[in-house]
Design a binder for this molecule. Structure first.
Ligand code: SAM
Length: 215
């Protein structure tokens, strides 16, 4: 077993905490880290027969999906109470956010039926207070304190849809690459003012953008 795959005898919860420490983040309480282990197990098993995420190996999922989503969870404003993950796919970043920020009412919007079925099963197994909306986010009929989005195809449509679902005084939170900052600002429009981008772990100039809706 290579160093990248994990140290011999190291369980997933400990491996996740080691990766978090290596990326400068606080380690998770062992009960939360163990729930991430259950999530990983479910995801890998479903992904073997349903195309939930192109990243299929445990180490890739831990590094690319879990560590980045956990960093996002801790960087989101503390005052928010409701959060929508628009285009959640296999649950990123919404499920890690719910595990790390249990005070939040999290909604996952995912329009593909198989992915939404996976999300419902994950929410049931992990016993997290998360609502799964198995349709397009635009049909939700309500707004949120924060709308996060990550790797959603057709960025123009996604950013416009996400912007419209943020309450006045709330936050638009795209996880993206630094080079897309200008385009996202433009798409969100003049109602938003933007904080300095928050660097995300893992390289590739990945950032969390935080735009506050002023009107
Ligand atoms: C490439 S996946 C990314 C998933 C996840 N956010 C991630 O970072 O791994 C994008 C997902 O967004 C979903 N999607 C795109 N637009 C959507 C919308 N308006 N409402 C709900 N789901 C949407 C697609 O069905 C797809 O599963």
């Amino acid at each position: 077993m290579s160093e990248i795959e994990g140290r011999a005898g190291e369980d997933i919860a400990r491996r996740l905490n080691r990766l978090l420490a290596e990326s400068g983040q606080a380690e998770l309480d062992i009960d939360i880290a163990t729930r991430f282990e259950a999530y990983l197990d479910l995801l890998v098993r479903w992904n073997a027969r349903t195309n939930l995420t192109a990243i299929r190996d445990e180490d890739g999922i831990l590094r690319r999906h879990f560590v980045e989503s956990i960093a996002c969870a801790h960087a989101l404003p503390t005052e928010i109470r409701s959060l929508l993950d628009l285009g959640s796919g296999a649950g990123f970043p919404g499920i890690p956010i719910s595990l790390c920020r249990p005070e939040l009412q999290v909604t996952l919007a995912e329009s593909q039926g198989k992915k939404a079925a996976f999300l419902r099963e994950a929410v049931r197994r992990l016993e997290i207070p998360v609502l799964v909306h198995g349709s397009r986010a635009e049909t939700l009929g309500r707004t949120f304190d924060c709308v996060a989005l990550r790797a959603v195809d057709r960025m123009e449509d996604a950013v416009r849809a996400a912007s419209a679902l943020v309450i006045v005084g709330g936050w638009l939170a795209p996880l993206t690459v630094e080079s897309e900052y200008g385009q996202i600002r433009e798409l969100a429009g003049p109602a938003f003012t933007w904080n300095r981008p928050v660097p995300l772990p893992g390289g590739d100039r990945r950032v969390l953008l935080l735009g506050r809706r002023e009107g």
